[in-house]
Design a protein. Structure first.
Length: 132
């Protein structure tokens, strides 16, 4: 399982899904700028982790990236749904307990950039991609 699987805190239920279901796809698709089909393929292959929050109220897609030594980072590819303020802290606590050294994510949403600043994140780079 992933670092968030089974977390229940403050009436938040988080479940790790083994594949991109139709229900999850309808929740995730509106929040994704990148190629949704590629994101779904990576979830279905087990490369990315897909979490359902509060029975579909929100969805979270993450990837564990292992760098040299013990530098293990949690990359958040997508958060779609409600309660992002509460989830920032829950994600951070779960990652810390699971031995991650950092959390990273990309966003095009001004509100998410503001939340990052409020929660002590630093902007490193903006990522641009062209699908071929």
């Amino acid at each position: 399982g992933g670092c968030m699987d089974g977390v229940e805190k403050q009436k938040v239920k988080i479940s790790l899904l083994s594949e991109m279901t139709e229900k999850a796809a309808s929740g995730v698709r509106p929040a994704v700028l990148s190629d949704f089909d590629e994101l779904a393929r990576r979830v279905n292959s087990g490369w990315y982790q897909l979490y359902e929050i509060n029975d579909g109220e929100s969805y979270l897609i993450t990837e564990t990236i292992n760098y040299a030594g013990s530098d293990k980072r949690l990359f958040v590819w997508c958060y779609a749904g409600k309660n992002i303020r509460e989830m920032f802290q829950i994600i951070e606590n779960a990652a810390r307990r699971s031995g991650y050294s950092a959390i990273e994510y990309q966003t095009h949403r001004p509100g998410m950039r503001k939340m990052a600043e409020i929660n002590g994140y630093n902007e490193l780079v903006r990522i641009y991609r062209k699908s071929l």
